[in-house]
Each structure stands twice: as C-alpha cells, then as structure tokens.
Design a protein around this ligand. Structure first.
Ligand code: GSH
Length: 263
C-alpha cells in the first residue's frame, strides 16, 4: 500500500502526485495543514525535516520528493518515467538537481515575499520567531524571516529570480529540441518542473516567460494535461486559492526589474 503525506499548495508534494497519476497509482492520502502538524513528533519520526511530502510504501518510509520520484519509477517501472538513453537520463537528473538545489528555495522565497507573506506578518514578532525556531532547517527560517520583513525587497528575491531564469532558459532550450524536457515522452523531469512553473503562474509571474516561446508552448501543453488538471487545478479548494487571489501586491513590476538585461 502507498500512503502520501502532503498538502495541495506544496510544489514538492505536487511532484509526487504527478508521478503517481502518470503511473496510474493510487495512494492513501494524509492531507496535512503545515500549521503545526509537521512538528508533531509522530510525523517527525517519518520526516525529520518536518516537511512534506512523505511517502510510505508497505511501511517503508521515503522522504525528499526527488528521491520519491525515482523510488516510484524503480518500484513501479511501467510506464517508465525515465528515458532509456543515458544522456537523457542525465538530463532528467540535471533538472531534478537544479530544482532541489536552487529552484525549490527560490519558489519558497517568491511565495513568501508575496502571497504567503500576510500570514507571517499577522503574527507578533515573538509568535513569528517561535514558529521559525521550530523548523529543523535554519536556512528556511532565514528565508521566511527576511521575506516577511522585506517582501520583494529581500535580497533573497534577487537570487530567486536568477535561479528561476536559469530553469526557464533550460526549458526553452529543451522545448526547441522536442515536445518534452528530456526525450520524446513525459518523464520525471516534467514531474519535477511542472509544479514550479505552476507556482509562478499562481503568483502572477507568468510574464517571466513572455519572451520564451518554447516555455510558453511546453507550459500550455503541460498545464492542460490530465495529470496536471487532476493533481493541481481540480484539487485546489477555495482555501488553497485564497493566498493567491487575496495577494495585496502585484510582484511583476519588481520582478521585471530583476530579469537579465538581455531580455
Ligand atoms: N527538499 C524537500 C523540500 C520539502 C519542503 O520544503 N516542503 C515544504 C512544502 S513545499 C514544507 O513542508 N515546509 C514545511 C513548513 O512549511 O513548515 C523535498 O523536495 O521533499
């Protein structure tokens, strides 16, 4: 039996939902809130990072979304979500590495500098620090503290935009070579990348690829794909939409000033 601990508004959880659906797998869902339940000692036994997603397969616990993607592809090999050609396999791994090392935190930074900021700002300084002190990942606390204080003026935002631009340039190049990011079929590269492009759209930053026709074409195909529909757009409740719909600032004017000058 497969079990998935996740929330809908989590890009790393969305990666796993996409892979499950593309493989036709079902998992028993444990929908978390991330408003404290991630620090529950019973949950932290499963995931010591106090984060989602966590997959449990017949009692075996797997954490880290990219590790989960590869685990699923190895345990449930059909349909394969890794190409056969080693060069394309390397490409998938490069996308996963870029996401894990840079884009995931960039997504956190841009989300908390804009749509997710209000919740933290409503807390008193003491309450906010008490919440941030609980995270076992100090860098995450730094990002949240700084973006809560400075919003889009946080220096972390500059780096985040750069990392996202790198991802967009990779997608653009891949999309010029074919319909998918790594070879002729949907792969773990798509499952790894789609949630982070969806988040840019939700944040109102889809103009970031206005001058990248490859990204626009790839995204149009991917955003309308049944697995994206079923695992994101149809799953988002009013509560999941609220932070994006109620955002008090439009991030585009600031973000557009941070894009590479050559554009
Ligand atoms: N590297 C981890 C990152 C997981 C992560 O940061 N998840 C976020 C949601 S997208 C989370 O659970 N944050 C904990 C919190 O908000 O306290 C992975 O890919 O699984």
């Amino acid at each position: 039996m497969l079990e998935l601990y996740h929330i809908i508004n989590s890009a790393s959880s969305h990666k796993v939902r996409l892979a499950l659906q593309e493989k036709g797998l079902e998992a028993k869902e444990h929908l978390m809130t991330l408003s404290g339940d991630q620090f529950d000692p019973a949950y932290m036994k499963l995931n010591p990072n106090a984060a989602v997603p966590t997959l449990v397969h017949d009692g075996y616990v797997v954490v880290e979304s990219s590790v989960i993607l590869h685990y699923l592809d190895e345990v449930f090999p059909e349909p394969a979500l890794m190409p056969r050609d080693p060069k394309l396999r390397a490409k998938v791994r490069l996308y996963c590495k870029l996401i894990d090392e840079y884009v995931h935190s960039s997504c956190t930074i841009l989300s908390f500098a804009t749509c997710f900021r209000d919740r933290l700002l409503k807390l008193s300084d003491e309450e906010r620090e008490a919440e941030l002190a609980k995270t076992p990942i100090p860098k995450r606390a730094d990002y949240l503290r700084d973006t809560a204080a400075r919003g889009l003026e946080s220096p972390y935002v500059v780096e985040a935009v750069k990392h996202y631009e790198k991802l967009l340039s990779w997608i653009d190049e891949s999309a010029r070579a074919g319909a998918y990011l790594a070879g002729e079929a949907y792969s773990l590269a798509e499952a790894a990348v789609i949630p982070y492009i969806a988040r840019l759209e939700l944040l109102g930053l889809d103009k970031m690829w206005a001058n990248r026709p490859g990204v626009a074409a790839w995204w149009q195909r991917m955003r309308d794909r049944p697995s994206t529909e079923d695992t994101l757009w149809k799953r988002m409740t009013d509560g999941d939409w609220a932070p994006f719909k109620n955002a008090s600032i439009d991030p585009w004017p600031k973000v557009s000033t941070l894009l590479a000058p050559a554009r």
